[in-house]
Design a binder for this molecule. Structure first.
Ligand code: EPZ
Length: 419
């Protein structure tokens, strides 16, 4: 397994481009299956999860072509197999996103139950219950979700939990249902709104995407369309923290500042000077050490759980003490024991980490456990004394496009070595 070697101590300076959003491109690629004709998707990030999704669609018989700009053309008309197999779903839980589209379009779907993962049990009961409420016959047997429906019918769904992919699956399924579907307590993430924009361009009738109540008026057919994926707000937040933790000055372009307000507020509280335009953000720490900030994660527009690990690393070297409370997932502090091995003073009790900032972290061999935890270990390595070795970096490649190139552009001393 490849490793990343990071020699800490440099303040990051410079400008990089933000890639398209992982958590928008995955549902949008699934949504192409709803169409009677080809779609083209632009601003696609170069990520393992995108490759896995393309492999899944290819395995189903869908035709895909990719150009050198990572624009993907998907022709769903050649689909043959309505099954998402375990050996692919176990590597990427987001494969569950093909369930709604193929059930709605073809009346049948066999999708492997995604297992849990490092950050939690990650059930999909709300996806299944929503489809049943829309008239689907769903059986869970042999580790697969087997769903059948001649034609889904509109229903009023009240989601017990705010679920991002649950909202996305049910919104996609509703586009071809007969009648109107109302999804209450819907996820409000910008990636849900971007998916709704794609579906609307295909001919769907959707109101309220981006709010907690989404209404979908079903139609008979959808056609392919062209769409450019919105920028990745979590990648943006991660590089802003890289600038803040090293006391540097970074400028991020091709991003959407209006999609991460809760993160920008916390960065200013940590002492960062921010300036923003419509598609760029500049952070300047003026060489200062960050101040510790309290964080409590919750569904959008509150502070994102996907930025929790990065702020744990920031607080670990900040001035003062702070608490980090994780309310979305039940086990998202695996990065803590790794950062403690670098000298951090963090104690976890229940769903809260109590962090006392230290002057200095020290390089150590550490191990990535999940995507955002691995980002936090890299951030810690950027300020640790010595050379930090981050192992199992296949986690990082799932969600960050060319991370060592982008950090090197900002002046970091980071390199990838074969295991
Ligand atoms: C999406 O995961 C993201 N993934 C995650 O990003 C993100 O952390 C998460 O939303 C929360 O923002 C994609 O969009 C591909 P949920 P998702 O369903 O949809 C419970 C990353 O790092 N729940 O919103 O799987 C669940 O257990 C990844 O990019 C049910 O109980 O998350 C959790 O506690 C990690 N039943 C809570 O809801 C269900 O049927 C939120 O989960 C579904 C979810």
């Amino acid at each position: 397994m490849e490793k990343l070697l990071i020699r800490g101590g440099r303040a990051l300076e410079g400008e990089i481009r933000i890639s398209g959003a992982k958590n928008a491109v995955l549902p949008i690629l699934a949504a192409t299956l709803l169409g009677d004709s080809p779609s083209s998707v632009g601003n696609v990030p170069h990520l393992k999860d995108v490759t896995t999704t393309m492999e899944l669609l290819g395995r189903m018989g869908v035709s895909l072509t990719v150009d050198d700009q990572m624009n993907i053309e998907v022709d769903p008309s050649t689909i043959q197999d309505l099954t998402a197999p375990y050996e692919l779903v176990k590597t990427m839980r987001a494969s569950i996103l093909v369930l709604g589209p193929i059930l709605a379009r073809y009346g049948e779907a066999n999708v492997s139950l995604p297992g849990g993962c490092a950050i939690g049990s990650r059930p999909v009961d709300l996806h299944v219950r929503g489809l049943e409420a829309m008239g689907a016959d769903v059986r869970v047997e042999g580790g697969y979700i087997r769903a059948r429906a001649r034609r889904l019918r509109g229903a009023r769904l009240v989601l017990e939990n705010v679920t991002v992919t649950g909202t996305e699956n049910l919104m996609m399924a509703a586009t071809l249902a007969s009648g109107t579907t109302v999804i209450e307590n819907a996820a409000r993430e910008p990636e849900v709104a971007d998916l709704a924009a794609f579906l609307t361009a295909m001919g769907a009738h959707i109101e309220g995407a981006g709010t907690d109540c989404i209404t979908v008026h079903g139609v008979e057919r959808l056609q392919g369309c062209a769409h450019r994926v919105l920028p990745d707000r979590i990648e943006t937040g991660t590089y802003l923290v890289a600038g803040a933790i090293t006391g540097g000055r970074v400028r991020l372009k091709d991003t959407r500042p209006d999609t991460l307000d809760a993160v920008l507020v916390k960065l200013e509280a940590a002492g960062a000077r921010l300036s923003v335009g419509t598609d760029w953000i500049e952070l300047d720490m003026q060489g200062r050490r960050p101040r510790a900030v309290d964080v409590r994660t919750a569904p959008y527009p509150a502070f994102p759980t996907d930025m929790q690990a990065q702020f744990t690393a920031l607080d670990a070297v900040a001035e003062g003490s702070a608490t980090i409370t994780e309310t979305v997932f039940e086990n998202r502090f695996m990065h803590v024991q790794e950062i403690r091995r670098m000298g951090a003073d963090i104690r976890v009790s229940g769903n809260t980490a109590f962090v006392r900032g230290v002057e200095r972290l020290y390089a150590a061999p550490v191990m990535a456990t999940d995507l955002r935890a691995s980002a936090s270990l890299i951030l810690a390595g950027l300020v640790a004394e010595g050379e930090t070795v981050v192992d199992r970096i296949y986690h990082i490649d799932r969600g960050y496009d060319c991370i060592e190139e982008k950090l090197s552009q900002l002046g970091a001393d980071i390199r990838r070595v074969p295991a």
